[in-house]
Design a protein around this ligand. Structure first.
Ligand code: ATP
Length: 201
């Protein structure tokens, strides 16, 4: 089974693209969603976050997301510290999930594949690319956030062109080129690759 990474900048449309793959019967691991679950359920991770960011980041056993976001989004170093604490858990959990899959290929959707040095986990990495102005507008609309906050989040990410150049294939989500045909073409390519891989051992 092929292990596929799906990545891109904030608001590029990773989740949108992943949902199209799901309609084709492909299973997807959503790293962001799973990281949130692990931050609520993994005792070791909870303890580490409390140690680094204070007991008040959890109240009644539940993560106080607003509190944590307020701490990390105004401080680059704290954001990278949080990422560095959560990543090993998400990476381990994603590897476990991948090893349990049995189809032709399975996808892990994650914003930080290259940044977390986990690109070696994958046989093939798909990038989702969209112009910065569109990513900015989509994120403001979806998250109901201020433009300063979204600019900050975008500035904290790896340069889009560099990231896309590292990918094996790029899906353009600029609202001009149709998404579904691009996903189907990649799906066919990946099915073919998976058959060839299993034939050649
Ligand atoms: P993040 O990294 O911030 O989670 P993402 O890359 O997963 O973002 P999505 O959540 O898929 O991006 O898309 C961001 C927003 O833009 C969503 O509200 C989504 O519905 C919208 N969107 C994405 N692609 C398109 C498109 N082609 N046409 C219209 N809206 C779109």
């Amino acid at each position: 089974m092929l292990k596929i990474g799906l990545t891109g900048g904030i608001g590029a449309g990773k989740t949108t693209v992943a949902k199209i793959f799901e309609t084709l019967g492909i299973l997807v691991y959503y790293a962001d969603q799973e990281a949130k679950r692990l931050m609520e359920t993994n005792a070791e991770l909870i303890k580490t976050i409390k140690n680094q960011f204070g007991e008040s980041t959890y109240a009644d056993g539940k993560l106080n997301r607003k509190k944590l976001a307020d701490i990390v989004f105004t401080d680059k170093e704290k954001l990278s510290l949080l990422n560095s604490l959560v990543h090993p858990f998400t990476i381990q959990d994603g590897l476990r999930w991948m090893s349990e899959q049995t189809g032709s290929y399975a996808i892990k959707e994650a914003a930080l594949i290259f940044e977390s040095s986990s690109s070696h986990e994958f046989d093939f990495i798909i990038g989702v690319s969209a112009p910065a102005a569109l990513r900015f507008a989509r994120t403001i609309e979806r998250d109901q956030e201020t433009s300063a906050h979204v600019t900050e989040r975008m500035d904290n990410q790896m340069d889009e062109t560099i990231k896309m150049n590292l990918c094996d294939a790029v899906i353009i989500n600029d609202e001009e080129q149709l998404l579904i045909p691009q996903v189907i073409a990649l799906h066919e390519k990946l099915l073919k690759m998976s058959v060839e891989g299993s034939t050649h051992g």
